[in-house]
Design a protein around this ligand. Structure first.
Ligand SMILES: [Zn+2]
Length: 170
């Protein structure tokens, strides 16, 4: 099935050049995920990965209706234990550490004023796989909903646009 925005394969330069909220220092250390050449674009709504040398730093790149937009995310240093958490992008329920509050500095002037937006996102940044049933959360799982994969994918894409839009709007 085709979704509203089937993700097209992006080039490495496109990905690295897409970040709207990276400081010069962050832009300097940006690297593609090690699995980039093997990315399964057909099953992705966004490219998401964490920095192997700095696990509190995450990256998310999506092809939105306002272009390819990448965001640098801050993950909490201390991981919450216990209680369940819900990813606000794909609505997958996880045990406490499976979804984390990720915070993005906003783009432009707002970002310079330390303005941020945050939302709970799957800690492995693999929402696309959860909504398609290609990965399952341990001890959590999809919300008990009777909706199709297509509707879940659409909702994820809408939530992504909303999140990235909030980073961009000045
Ligand atoms: Zn998710």
């Amino acid at each position: 099935m085709r979704y509203k925005r089937d993700m097209q394969a992006l080039s490495g330069d496109q990905v690295l050049g897409s970040f709207v909220n990276a400081t010069p220092a962050e832009a300097e250390r940006l690297e593609l995920p090690w699995w980039f050449d093997a990315a399964l674009w057909d099953s992705l709504d966004y490219l998401g990965w964490t920095d192997p040398d700095a696990p509190e730093r995450g990256y998310l790149v999506a092809d939105t209706s306002f272009g390819v937009v990448g965001a640098v995310l801050r993950l909490p240093k201390r991981r919450p234990q216990g209680r369940r958490a819900l990813c606000n992008l794909c609505w997958t329920q996880h045990p406490g550490q499976g979804a984390l509050l990720m915070v993005a500095r906003r783009a432009g002037k707002a970002g310079l004023n330390h303005n941020t937006v945050g939302t709970y996102i799957c800690a492995d940044l693999a929402c696309s796989l959860y909504v398609r049933g290609l990965r399952r959360s341990l001890g959590g799982g999809a919300m008990p909903e009777t909706i199709t994969v297509g509707v879940r994918v659409q909702r994820l894409q809408d939530n992504l646009e909303d999140f990235l839009g909030r980073i961009l709007v000045d």
